[in-house]
Design a binder for this molecule. Structure first.
Ligand SMILES: [Zn+2]
Length: 95
């Protein structure tokens, strides 16, 4: 990776070409899928256990959701590129 989400054109160690990766919307989709499936039930549990003020619940879970999504997004993008490389998808077969 080069920056937060930009994939390098090639690997700085082994020179594997990475410019033909096509992660597109996949990482964002999986990030939302995972984050929502973890935090959705937790939100219900937190509500049932502590009955917090709705604004406290909303603000705290929004912060957790954003932090978790920002943490997962570049890692899942890397995983998508790795999966495409491992399955020889797109231009990876020629390398
Ligand atoms: Zn490499």
């Amino acid at each position: 990776m080069n920056g937060y989400l930009k994939v390098n054109d090639s690997c700085p160690v082994c020179a594997q070409e990475l410019h033909h990766q096509r992660a597109d919307d996949g990482p964002a989709y999986v990030t939302i899928l995972v984050t929502a499936h973890i935090l959705g039930p937790l939100m219900l549990i937190a509500f049932e256990l502590w009955r917090p003020n709705p604004i406290v619940l909303t603000v705290s879970f929004s912060i957790i959701f954003i932090a978790m999504a920002l943490y997962l997004l570049p890692r899942l993008k890397g995983a998508f590129v790795a999966l495409q490389w491992a399955k020889r998808m797109h231009g990876f077969s020629k390398a």
